[in-house]
Design a protein around this ligand. Structure first.
Ligand code: KIV
Length: 260
């Protein structure tokens, strides 16, 4: 009798075990078909990122994204029953205190998230420790922090360029690793510093975005890979498909076939 292989569920532990052994491929997912397609392609790590504010909801930045948005999109992704590990961003101002962080992290877990992610280093350590103490796996996010973009004058700046910036990143990463964060997104960190953080953290899996090749894994906003948001592509991303153009072509062909 042939028994169809049941894809193994990716867990926080299986991602953690990849450190130093295999590169982690991670992508963002915001809805049911997106999650199903990425899961069928074998991506082990899906993030319901608050980048959905820009690429799915039409906001100028992530500061407009609410807990209700994140809950709604997490539920849609989880309905795809992915084998991939699924985590969700705590949105802007949803983790100002440890109590608020735990309450909102619990709501995301109830919606189906298997881990939560929040932006920042030592300044959010009490929140991180409280989330972990509540038994919720935590993914950190260092470097360019999109939720602080407006405060920083609206410019996407590379982090770790000077000695002070490098030292702060290394110190933040060490504190988050020691606290028990299983992973950490490194966004727009200079490649040598991202490499140094990756080597210096014995447990935490580093997942780079625009931070060079020497992280434990890489993450992209999926539309930057598929060309589904053709109005903006960051410099470090190379689209490998042009789905936006395909949609325009298919719609144009169909309208022409109607004589429209
Ligand atoms: O919100 C998001 O999509 C993210 C990625 C840039 C990692 O945090």
């Amino acid at each position: 009798m042939n028994v169809a292989a049941i894809p193994q569920k990716t867990t926080v532990q299986s991602i953690a075990q990849m450190k130093g052994r295999a590169r982690v491929a991670a992508l963002t997912a915001y809805d049911f078909p997106g999650a199903k397609l990425l899961d069928e392609a074998g991506v082990p790590f899906l993030l319901v990122g608050d980048s959905l504010g820009m690429v799915a909801l039409g906001h100028p930045d992530t500061t407009h994204v609410t807990m209700d948005d994140m809950l709604h999109h997490t539920r849609a992704v989880v309905r795809a029953k992915p084998s991939a590990l699924v985590g969700t961003d705590l949105p802007y101002r949803s983790y100002d205190s440890p109590q608020q962080a735990v309450a909102n992290a619990r709501r995301l877990v109830e919606a189906g998230a298997e881990f939560v992610k929040a932006e920042g280093g030592r300044e959010i350590l009490p929140q991180v420790e409280a989330i972990l103490a509540a038994g919720i796996p935590f993914c950190a996010h260092l470097g360019m922090l999109p939720q602080h973009l407006v405060e920083e004058g609206g410019k996407y700046r590379i982090k770790g360029r000077d000695d002070a910036g490098r030292a702060k990143l290394l110190d933040d990463a060490a504190a988050l690793d020691a606290a028990g964060a299983f992973a950490c997104v490194l966004e727009l960190v200079t490649p040598p510093v991202a490499k140094e953080i990756t080597a210096a953290c014995p447990r935490m899996v580093t997942i780079g975005i625009g931070s060079g090749p020497d992280c434990d894994g890489q993450i992209l906003v999926t539309s930057d890979l598929t060309g589904a948001f053709p109005w903006f592509t960051p410099k470090f991303a190379t689209p490998r498909a042009r789905t936006g153009e395909e949609i325009r072509r298919a719609v144009g062909e169909w309208m022409a076939s109607l004589g429209s």
